[in-house]
Design a protein around this ligand. Structure first.
Ligand SMILES: [Zn+2]
Length: 54
């Protein structure tokens, strides 16, 4: 399967991913979350949010 990095537009080949999995873009290193597998949809993974202390 292939997808495009939404950050740098690189073609990323992925195998055996599951929805919800986090993958790294080999080009720019950004973390991508697998939203859906068939068809493959990835989005930029949300960055760890700072703990604002509520
Ligand atoms: Zn990228």
């Amino acid at each position: 399967m292939n997808c495009k990095c939404p950050e740098c537009d690189a073609d990323i080949e992925v195998t055996d991913v599951l929805a919800g999995e986090i993958i790294d873009c080999p080009e720019c290193g950004v973390e991508l979350e697998v939203i859906q597998v068939e068809p493959l949809v990835v989005e930029l993974a949300p960055e760890e949010e700072e703990d604002w202390g509520e």
